[in-house]
Design a protein around this ligand. Structure first.
Ligand code: NAD
Ligand code: TYD
Length: 416
């Protein structure tokens, strides 16, 4: 791809507290071929710290809780909720590529964010089945839960700005929907693991340092608060009923198939259309960007090696200010940087998210994508898949009404 000369984005990456970052992303340590089955000091594994309760899942809590051998995924049937969304569809592609004998049920309501176009190339694969439905539908959820040996729960309302306009669906899907799934899990003792996909946003914002999994949750948007509710509910079900739940808290993902309301795809597609790029506040907020493929690998890793009852941060250490990404997108597409418009800040805008990822890295996972290359690949994907995002931006009423309400008349959108 032709790229105008300019400073590399890695030179702008936030140097997090000059050496205080527990896992500087580069250089990276070698990964052990098999994750350790003991704590670093050689002591026996911690078994997640939940007390046994009377439940079918507690028949052998030690074994279920901390596999000393790899949990088998191939040959199993998995329930993936929200598999028609951004991360879910990437995850399904990833699993079908990696595991020859896996079977996947994708339960998705197809909200505005769910898109079967994301899965077109695998829809006829005999290992894949789509169930159109709502995770809040108790009967439906029970019936699919009975058929599977593992669950990866992505389904949620996910956009912070929409949650600021109206939080109702967030509470109903993210909290109540998770409750329905967890309750169905109580009656499905054959399920060996339930990965609950939470988010780094549950911790809230911090100017310095990094959140560990032990830090208190302090969410500041209605989206993050709903996710925090679901996260703690998942934990409570592990403690109370001994269910084999593993909580993952990934940082901001980017990559193909991300709905164009989110920062990177919004800016890339608007730039391709020569439309303004609405940058909130001064553009100095910081996110830790994780390429979606790395997130899929991490979730797969935790299906196999994660300890039940535990939470795991997933981040790549790619801390970048929003304005740097906006400028880089303009440069990659050879568009003028004055497409960037500074607009009034998002309400309650978290300044910085930053994760300490020692826990998952001690199991052997590490991110592989180089941020700058992955951003180029992502920009190229949107350039080469215009039909995919134009269908949303030009044909979806949900898209148009949100964009009109949230951006169209926002101060700063028009060139001064
Ligand atoms: P997305 O908005 O792209 O997709 C959400 C999917 O869930 C859609 O397919 C939608 O149709 C489905 N869904 C929504 N409500 C449903 C319901 N009631 N029943 C069944 N299906 C329903 O989301 P995403 O970005 O892929 O995020 C997936 C998960 O990862 C979410 O739980 C999110 O909180 C979490 N997460 C996302 C990021 C990120 O950067 N995108 C980062 C950390 C965590
Ligand atoms: P977003 O993709 O919404 O993810 P989150 O808020 O969940 O981290 O936004 C990423 C960053 O980009 C965040 O700091 C807000 C900022 N942003 C803008 O400046 N303008 C926009 O139009 C959007 C959608 C986001």
């Amino acid at each position: 791809m032709a790229e105008p000369a300019g400073p590399s984005i890695s030179s702008w990456m936030i140097q997090s507290g000059a050496g205080s970052c527990p896992w500087p992303p580069r250089p990276r340590e070698p990964v052990p071929s098999v994750p350790p089955v003991e704590e670093a000091d050689g002591s026996p594994l911690r078994y997640g710290g939940f007390r046994a309760a009377s439940c079918a899942h507690n028949k052998d809590p030690m074994l279920r809780n901390a596999p000393s051998v790899e949990r088998q995924v191939d040959g199993k049937m998995l329930l993936v909720t929200g598999g028609a969304g951004f991360i879910g569809s990437n995850f399904i592609h990833y699993l079908l590529r990696k595991y020859e004998k896996i079977e996947i049920i994708n339960l998705d309501k197809l909200t505005y964010a769910g898109n079967l176009d994301n899965l077109k190339d695998i829809e006829a694969d005999p290992r894949y089945e789509f169930v159109h439905g709502d995770i809040r539908d108790k009967e439906l959820v029970r019936s699919v839960m009975r058929r599977v040996q593992g669950v990866v729960h992505f389904a949620a309302e996910t956009h912070v700005d929409r949650s600021i306009l109206d939080a109702g669906e967030f509470v109903l899907t993210d909290v109540f929907g998770t409750f329905v799934l967890l309750d169905a899990l109580r009656e499905a003792p054959q399920v060996e693991f339930f990965i609950h996909v939470s988010t780094d946003e549950v911790y809230g914002s911090r100017d310095e340092g990094f959140f560990t999994e032990e830090d208190p949750l302090n969410p500041s948007s209605p989206y993050a608060a709903s996710k925090a509710g679901a996260d703690r509910l998942a934990y409570a079900y592990t403690v109370t009923y001994g269910l084999p739940v593993i909580i993952v808290r990934p940082s901001n993902n980017f990559g193909p198939y991300q709905y164009p309301e989110k920062f990177i795809p919004l800016f890339v597609t608007n730039a391709l259309e020569d439309k303004p790029l609405p940058l909130y506040g001064k553009g100095t907020n910081v996110r830790d960007w994780l390429y979606v493929e790395d997130n899929c690998r991490a979730i797969d890793w935790l299906m196999r090696w994660g300890k039940t009852g535990e939470a795991y941060n997933i981040g790549a250490g790619n801390e970048v200010q929003n304005i740097r990404i906006a400028e880089k997108i303009c440069d990659l597409l050879a568009k003028p940087r004055d497409l960037i418009r500074f607009v009034p800040d998002r309400l309650g805008h978290d300044r910085r998210y930053a994760l300490d990822c020692r826990k998952i890295r001690s199991l052997g996972w590490k991110p592989e994508a180089d941020f700058e290359r992955a951003l180029e690949t992502t920009v190229r994907w949107y350039r080469e898949n215009e039909a995919w995002w134009r269908k949303i931006k030009e044909k979806s009423r949900a898209w148009r009404s949100f964009y009109d309400e949230y951006y169209r008349n926002r101060k700063g959108m028009k060139k001064e």
